[in-house]
Ligand binder design. Structure first.
Ligand code: SAH
Length: 350
């Protein structure tokens, strides 16, 4: 069994080198090549001896992603990458250019098993979770492709990050570690549909990352209609977990609220959302829904979106409407991969 070299923290790699009888300073060199200089293969590691490189090649895999497809927006230069993982599965990664820096949205799983009714990523269920190295490589490969530094990372692509908890944590540590890309924890956001026990576990890690909660409804009954996870955890339990997260980390929560026409976009709903948000002093991010053709849900009208936002502002809630990046290349999250995978299946069937 090959070991995944890029999933070792520096500490673990030091231990690994010790175990196989190599000098421990090699660990630092290999780690630097992998996570700072972003080497594409062992061949590039010029200060590593040929014999050690051979040893690495034989016993450790060096995870690389390949670009299957790339789409670039003519409007704002947003790029959407479809990457192939070493086993052939595919994930989507999005690169967004903002005036304050470049942001990458990564996937945490191949598919998803949470089943949110408006989301394309969940239509085929979960294939598998990603390793820490596969999450890191999405950022590394985008950096190589664009030649530009990434300053912000959001774990908001396909998958439920807290359903892949251990790998997520390993990824977060390595991403923000001073021996790697050293991205500030404050520039990292993890978005969850609300796995309460894992939210509490994450709080206890005392990381300075932002936790975003996909709320999408203010009454349990309505939330259950659009998010199956609402059958397991109530909104009251979610609010307690959010308060606990803030208490443990000092970091304000973000509520994500995807507006679905006629389902969750009424002014009463906005009023209840303000009541939930006020005691937590949290930020609300409104996402006009991106309709998925396999689902019956429709966009809210522009007027409803603005009325919803105004209602929250009147109640002194800090609210933004998510800027729609790459509108011209978009399909909803998970659509690019889905279209590609299904087209291939059709071609094979012919
Ligand atoms: N599983 C995590 C992260 C991935 S989804 C979560 O649930 O938060 C990232 C965000 O996009 C979530 O808020 C999700 O509810 C939202 N989303 C997914 N599909 C969408 C769509 N078609 N339109 C608008 N928002 C969508």
């Amino acid at each position: 069994m090959m070991k995944d070299l890029k999933a070792f923290t520096l500490e673990q790699l030091l231990e690994e080198m010790r175990t196989i009888g190599e000098k421990t300073f090699r660990a630092k060199q290999i780690y630097e090549w992998s996570h700072q200089k972003l080497a594409r293969s062992y061949d590039e590691m010029t200060n590593i001896s040929a014999s050690l490189k051979e040893r690495l090649r034989e016993n450790y895999s060096f995870v690389q992603l390949s670009v299957v497809r790339m789409q670039e927006s003519q409007l704002d230069k947003t790029r959407k990458y479809l990457f192939a993982l070493p086993d052939g599965h595919m994930v989507e990664t999005v690169w967004m250019k903002y005036h304050h820096g470049n942001s990458v949205c990564i996937s945490s799983q191949v598919g998803c098993r949470m089943g949110c009714r408006f989301c394309a990523s969940t239509l085929d269920g979960l294939a598998r979770s990603l390793s820490a190295s596969e999450m890191l490589e999405q950022i590394y490969e985008v950096t190589r492709q664009t030649g530009e530094r990434v300053s912000n990372v959001v774990v908001m692509g396909t998958g439920e990050p807290l359903d892949n908890y251990d790998n997520l944590l390993q990824f977060l540590r390595m991403l923000t570690d001073e021996f790697g890309l050293h991205i500030s924890q404050r520039n990292v956001t993890v978005s969850t549909c609300g796995l309460v026990p894992k939210m509490r576990e994450l709080a206890k890690e005392h990381l300075q990352i932002t936790l975003a909660l996909s709320l999408h409804a203010t009454l349990d009954e309505r939330r259950k209609e659009i998010m199956p996870i609402a059958n397991t955890y109530t909104i009251a339990q979610l609010m307690e977990a959010c308060a606990y997260y803030f208490e443990q980390t000092g970091r304000r929560i973000t509520f994500e609220y995807s507006l679905i026409g006629g389902v969750n976009d009424s002014e009463q709903e906005a009023e209840r959302l303000a009541e939930l948000a006020a005691p937590l002093n949290c930020h609300v991010n409104l996402i006009p829904i991106n309709p998925v053709k396999e689902r019956e849900y429709k966009e809210s009208s522009r007027a409803s979106v603005l009325a919803f936002k105004n209602k929250l502002e009147k109640k002194q809630i800090n609210v933004t409407i998510r800027r729609e990046m790459g509108r011209d290349i978009d399909g909803a999250c998970g659509q690019l991969r889905r279209q590609y995978v299904h087209k291939q299946e059709e071609q094979q069937a012919e």
